[in-house]
Design a binder for this molecule. Structure first.
Ligand code: ADP
Length: 228
């Protein structure tokens, strides 16, 4: 796992990720304030940009807070989780995006393990949301739960081998051009890697550009949390 960025890089990246939407918010707010006789269409468009960038800032901050919460779960919070049920709930939460892109999510198999519910939700939500987000129009997302293994497969845009080793780094995004069009913060997979580490597991990615990706998480036979 490619985890810890030096703190100065983290601060640099974070400031950049927050500063660019904020610069645009300030710019449009200033234009709303100063431009005389602004047409209702322009006014609506400017407000639209402000809302979009403010939403993006909110997403970055929420993800940073999630990274910050990267602490071992308290014994009290550990319960037996039915990952199949969590995957079904995540599937429900992604229905609007799935409908928009005609993507079908399938969930198969079963896996129960002792964990903090929020961790398993964040893990599945990030992997499944990525599979939809980087999926192809009319494509599929297949979630499989077999033995102690969880995999999320898609037939979307895939990741080139040059980017693959770096996708778990904080703020890393495979393609700068994609960044502009597809939104996202580049923090989702760092959050996933943090959770997997915390449960003593490992994560593996298979991906081919233009064909799709498969993220597989292995959970150890009995994690420290389970025996606690
Ligand atoms: P984000 O999706 O917010 O950019 P992530 O940390 O979740 O950030 O992912 C990092 C990068 O890995 C993404 O920008 C994308 O380029 C690539 N990626 C992640 N999941 C997939 C996937 N299922 N298919 C293709 N690319 C992916």
């Amino acid at each position: 796992l490619h985890d810890a960025l030096p703190i100065c890089d983290f601060v640099d990246n974070t400031s950049h990720e927050l500063k660019s939407p904020l610069t645009s918010i300030l710019g449009f707010a200033q234009m709303l304030d100063e431009e005389e006789g602004l047409s209702p269409e322009k006014r609506k468009a400017y407000i639209g940009y402000i809302l979009q960038d403010a939403t993006r800032m909110m997403a970055v901050i929420e993800n940073i807070l999630l990274l910050q919460k990267d602490t071992p779960p308290k014994a009290d919070d550990i319960i037996e989780i039915d990952l199949r049920q969590t995957a079904e709930e995540v599937r429900q939460s992604l229905l609007p995006q799935c409908q928009e892109h005609g993507i079908h999510i399938m969930v198969e198999g079963n896996l129960r393990l002792c964990a903090r519910e929020q961790d398993m939700w964040d893990l599945l939500r990030n992997l499944m949301a990525n599979a939809v987000h980087y999926g192809r129009q009319g494509g599929y997302v297949q979630v499989s739960l077999v033995n102690r293994e969880l995999s999320v497969r898609d037939n979307g845009i895939g990741i080139s081998s040059e980017h693959l080793p770096r996708i778990f780094e904080k703020f890393y995004r495979a393609d700068a051009a994609r960044k502009e069009s597809a939104g996202g913060t580049g923090l989702g997979l760092s959050i996933v890697a943090g959770i997997v580490n915390r449960y003593g597991g490992s994560i593996h990615v298979d991906s081919t550009l233009g064909e799709g990706s498969c993220f597989t998480v292995f959970f150890p036979e009995e994690s420290a949390e389970e025996s606690a």
